[in-house]
Design a binder for this molecule. Structure first.
Ligand SMILES: *Cc1c(COP(=O)(O)O)cnc(C)c1O
Length: 408
C-alpha cells in the first residue's frame, strides 16, 4: 500500500474502524489532530497547568505567557492590525453569537435589514434569524450562483439603505464554494453596512488576511484547522470591538466591581469571561505552527490532486450525482447515490471503515436550495491519500450495488 508520510503526525491514522484501516473523509466536520498539538496541550497540563491572568507565582506567569503568545500568533496568522483585535471564543458558533447579540442586536430598529445567504452553516444563520425576530428587523438572502457562491452583484441586488449588517461565509460547508470576500466587504461598506465573514471552512485551506479583506469581523474554529475542539477566534476591528457589548458577564472580564455597578476591561479581555480554554488556546498555537510548516500551497495542491482523482472515478458511476462538480479547488464532494437514502449509504461506508458525512450537514437552507432532504459529503485534508480515495470509491460501488440488491 501507498506510504502515507503523515502517519507519524496523526496517530489516529493507525486505528482500525469496523475491522478496516481507518479512512477519514470528514475533515470539513473536524480535522484530525496532529501529535504536535497533542504534545503541546499535554506539556501544559503536565508541567505548568495552572490558571491564567491571576497567578502571582512562576507557573501562572508561564501559563499566561504561553496563552497570550497565541494572541500574537493569531494576529500574525490572519494579519490583524493589533493583538487587541483577537478574541478567544469557544468556536465559530460562539463568535458569531457574540457579534449578533452584543453588537448587532443592540443597534437594530424595526424595519432594518440583515443580509445573509442560503448557503450558510446554521451557526451563521440561526443567530441572525433570532435577532431579526427580536428586533423587528428583516432577514434578506443574497442569491447564489451555480457553484453555490455569492457574487458581489448578487449581494448588491439585496442591499439597500436599510441594510445594517451582512453575514456571509468565506467558503461554504456543503458546496465548498469560495466567496470573493474582499469584493463582498466592499459592497457592504458602500451601503454603510458592516460585515462578518464566517471563515470556519476557509481557514484550513487558504491564507486569510483580514486587513486585505477589510471585513469588520471574521470568525473561525480551531478544530477544523488541526487544532483542538473548544477554541475559536473572533477577529473584530478594534473600533467595532470597542463598541460591542459583552455577551457574558462574570470573572476575568471586569475592571472594578462595586455593590451597585461594575466596569469592564478593554477589548478583547472584556469578552473572555471566566477561566478560558487554556490548553486549547495553547494547542491552537501549535496548530497554527503546523499549518505554517506545511504551507497552504502544499495543502491545496495535494487536496486538488486527490479531489480530481476521486471525481474522475465518480464520473464513471451513473448512480452518483455530484452537486459541486466544478468547484475544483474545494476540499469537498457533495453528492448522492440516486435512489439510495444518504443514511443507508453511509452505513455501507461505515462498515467499510470509511468515515464520510450524511444528512443535512448543518445547512438545511442550502439543502432546500438543492431540493434535497439529505446529502453525502466527503471532505479532504492534507493527510488523505490516493489509497483513501480507492477505498472511498470501492465503498461507493458497494453502496450503489445496494440499490441493485433492493430492486432485483
Ligand atoms: C463548522 C462550521 C461552523 C461552526 O463551527 P463550530 O466549531 O461548530 O462552532 C460555522 N460555519 C461553517 C462554515 C462551518 O463549517
Amino acid at each position: 500500500m501507498e506510504h502515507n508520510e503523515f502517519i507519524n503526525d496523526f496517530p489516529i491514522l493507525n486505528e482500525e474502524m469496523n475491522g478496516h484501516r481507518f479512512v477519514y473523509l470528514d475533515s470539513a466536520a473536524t480535522s484530525l489532530t496532529p501529535e504536535c498539538v497533542l504534545e503541546k496541550m499535554n506539556e501544559y497540563y503536565r508541567h505548568y497547568g495552572v490558571n491564567v491572568h491571576r497567578g502571582v507565582y512562576a507557573f501562572g506567569a508561564k501559563a499566561d505567557a504561553e496563552f497570550e503568545a497565541v494572541r500574537d500568533q493569531v494576529q500574525c496568522f490572519i494579519h490583524a492590525g493589533s493583538r487587541e483585535e483577537i478574541v478567544f471564543t469557544r468556536g465559530t458558533t460562539t463568535a458569531i453569537n457574540q457579534v449578533a447579540f452584543g453588537y448587532v442586536l443592540p443597534k437594530l430598529q424595526p424595519g432594518d435589514e440583515i443580509v445573509t445567504s442560503m448557503s450558510e452553516h446554521h451557526a451563521n444563520f440561526v443567530p441572525w434569524q433570532v435577532i431579526a425576530q427580536r428586533s423587528g428587523a428583516t432577514l434578506r438572502f443574497a442569491p447564489l450562483d451555480q457553484s453555490g457562491a455569492v457574487t458581489a452583484e448578487a449581494l448588491r441586488s439585496v442591499m439597500s439603505e436599510k441594510t445594517r449588517f451582512v453575514a456571509l461565509n468565506h467558503m461554504s460547508n456543503v458546496m465548498s464554494a469560495l466567496n470573493d470576500v474582499q469584493a463582498l466587504s466592499q459592497v457592504a461598506h458602500e451601503f454603510g453596512a458592516e460585515i462578518l465573514i464566517d471563515g470556519a471552512q476557509a481557514i484550513p485551506h487558504l491564507r486569510v488576511d483580514v486587513q486585505a479583506i477589510d471585513c469588520d469581523f471574521y470568525a473561525f474554529s480551531g478544530h477544523k484547522m488541526f487544532g483542538p475542539t473548544g477554541v475559536g477566534v473572533l477577529y473584530g476591528k478594534l473600533i467595532c470591538l470597542q463598541a460591542m457589548e459583552p455577551f457574558e458577564y462574570g470573572g476575568a472580564m471586569i475592571d472594578q466591581v462595586c455593590q451597585v455597578s461594575t466596569t469592564y476591561k478593554d477589548a478583547p479581555y472584556r469578552f473572555e469571561t471566566g477561566t478560558p480554554m487554556i490548553a486549547e488556546v495553547i494547542g491552537l498555537g501549535a496548530a497554527i505552527r503546523y499549518v505554517e510548516s506545511l504551507g497552504y500551497e502544499y495543502i491545496q495542491t495535494r487536496i486538488e490532486m486527490l479531489r480530481a482523482y476521486a471525481m474522475e472515478q465518480l464520473a464513471q458511476m451513473p448512480h452518483v450525482h455530484v452537486y459541486n462538480p466544478h468547484n475544483y479547488e474545494s476540499a469537498t464532494i457533495a453528492f448522492n447515490i440516486v435512489d439510495v437514502h444518504s443514511h443507508d449509504a453511509v452505513t455501507v461506508y461505515d462498515l467499510e471503515g470509511v468515515a464520510i458525512r450524511a444528512g443535512h450537514l448543518c445547512a438545511q437552507p442550502m439543502l432546500s436550495e438543492l431540493e434535497q432532504g439529505s446529502l453525502l459529503r466527503m471532505s479532504l485534508q492534507v493527510y488523505n491519500t490516493k489509497a483513501d480515495i480507492d477505498r472511498f470509491i470501492a465503498a461507493t460501488k458497494k453502496a450503489s450495488d445496494f440499490l441493485d440488491v433492493l430492486f432485483l
